[in-house]
Design a protein around this ligand. Structure first.
Ligand SMILES: Cc1cc2nc3c(=O)[nH]c(=O)nc-3n(C[C@H](O)[C@H](O)[C@H](O)COP(=O)(O)OP(=O)(O)OC[C@H]3O[C@@H](n4cnc5c(N)ncnc54)[C@H](O)[C@@H]3O)c2cc1C
Length: 392
């Protein structure tokens, strides 16, 4: 196949397209294995909307993507170290979100995971100036009114905005603690549930600080949109790539060339040793919908196939045929992208994360598991090829 050959190919980087959960794990793993890598991405995707409860879905993965399930534990070990600031905790959690719904997940930042241990005697903080009915919607615990935040002008009056503000202003945590102490004075609660406002990149430190000051465990609910945990995850992924010194470039890739192997950015064809597509789904343009559902960078075939115009299949209980969310790029056990003949479209082109087809990972509750395991396998496959001096 027409990639650059010989010494030139060996020195070329692997190009990872996308810097969400999947692209970051792939790039960090390649870098850790000593493989030259570069990330190209143009804007945050679904990862910025992540609600905080990581759904790994090992059973669903075993059914639909056994290669991912087999690598899940190794991928998890790697991710927990890379995202140390999130203090990711494993378990079988049933966690509340800000709207009082319960969400099952197998991994969560400590600030949410700790809530699983709360008994019946906990307080729920009503941050009344924000005007969000968070506390009223919880249905468990006793609501206590907290006169914080003091700002009427918080953009969007969202928890995410408050979390940014709390971290940006070094005097703010003390103000929050004082307000919480006033709210809890004279009450006997054994824990405190907050909405997700405890900062963006130092959440665990802030949570411990607040818990130590109050003398009871403190935890946060998962979020809806805009999502504080999504902002935290995005920040932690970016910090991981920076700490690992992975070169990153903001760029929109227009297409992929298989011969010679490379990606087209504007007028430039950037040559690659291998390409990892971590471009997500509809939100980011990893898949496009008009005039038909397709993968736009290499026109990779999608599986399961979808109707040319999904709107023809509109149902009364939802806007689109379910296959629109199940479809995506097919892969071999090493997560090489498959072509029409069911064989890898190129020995060095990979697909990972939300871009993959074969099931709706949101309804199968396996989205995060799929992202990290597929990325880990693809990067490992590439690195093993490097290590054995595989010819391009
Ligand atoms: C609202 C919402 C809530 C969710 N909540 C949860 C949850 O609570 N728990 C859970 O486990 N999962 C959740 N998920 C799923 C989870 O967020 C996704 O599975 C995951 O973030 C996908 O990561 P990704 O890296 O595959 O894609 P994305 O994060 O979408 O990243 C795609 C990347 O590709 C880049 N890109 C795309 N095309 C190009 C191009 N042509 N050129 C350059 N760059 C390009 C984008 O810039 C972006 O960086 C949620 C998803 C949504 C939408």
């Amino acid at each position: 196949m027409g990639a650059p050959t010989g010494e030139q190919a060996v020195t070329l980087p692997v190009l990872v397209i996308g810097a969400g959960l999947a692209g970051t794990v792939a790039a960090a793993r390649l870098q850790a294995r000593g493989v030259p890598v570069r990330v190209l991405a143009d804007r945050p995707g679904a990862t910025l909307l992540h609600g905080g409860g990581w759904q790994l879905g090992p059973d669903a993965l075993r059914e639909s993507h056994p290669a991912a399930e087999a690598a899940l534990d190794d991928a998890l070990d790697f991710v927990r170290i890379g995202l140390e600031s999130l203090a990711l905790t494993e378990g079988l959690f049933d966690l509340p979100d800000v709207e009082g719904a319960r969400r099952a997940c197998e991994l969560a930042p400590a600030t949410h995971a700790v809530v699983d241990g709360f008994g019946k005697g906990h307080a729920v903080a009503d941050l009344s100036p924000l005007g969000h009915p968070f506390a009223a919607m919880q249905g468990r615990g006793t609501v206590v009114t907290v006169e914080w935040p003091p700002y009427p002008d918080v953009f969007g009056r969202s928890f995410a905005a408050m979390a940014h503000r709390l971290e940006a202003d070094p005097t703010e945590p003390a103000r929050l603690i004082e307000a919480l102490k006033r709210a809890l004075k004279g009450t006997r609660h054994d824990a405190l549930l907050l909405p997700p406002v405890l900062g963006i990149s130092r959440t665990e430190a802030l949570r411990r600080q607040v818990a130590a000051a109050l003398g009871i465990p403190v935890g946060e609910a998962l979020d809806a949109l805009p999502s504080t945990p999504g902002f935290r995850l995005h920040a932690a992924l970016t910090a991981w790539l920076n700490a690992a010194r992975v070169p990153m470039q903001t760029a929109r890739v227009a297409s992929i060339s298989l011969d010679p192997l490379g990606v087209q950015v504007g007028d430039l064809l950037v040559p690659a040793r291998a390409i990892v597509l971590a471009t997500g789904r509809y939100l980011t343009g990893g898949l496009t919908m008009h005039p038909a559902v397709r993968e736009p960078l290499a026109d990779l075939p999608l599986t399961p196939s979808v109707p040319t115009n999904p709107l023809w299949h509109a149902r009364t209980d939802g806007p689109y045929d379910g296959r629109v969310f199940e479809t995506g790029v097919g892969h071999d056990p090493g997560f090489r992208a498959l072509g029409l003949d069911g064989r890898p479209v190129h020995p060095h082109v990979y697909a990972v994360g939300d871009l993959l087809g074969g099931g709706d990972t949101l309804t199968q509750a396996s989205a995060s598991g799929m992202c990290i395991a597929s990325a880990w396998v693809a990067a490992t496959t590439i690195a093993d090829g490097f290590a054995t001096g595989e010819k391009t």
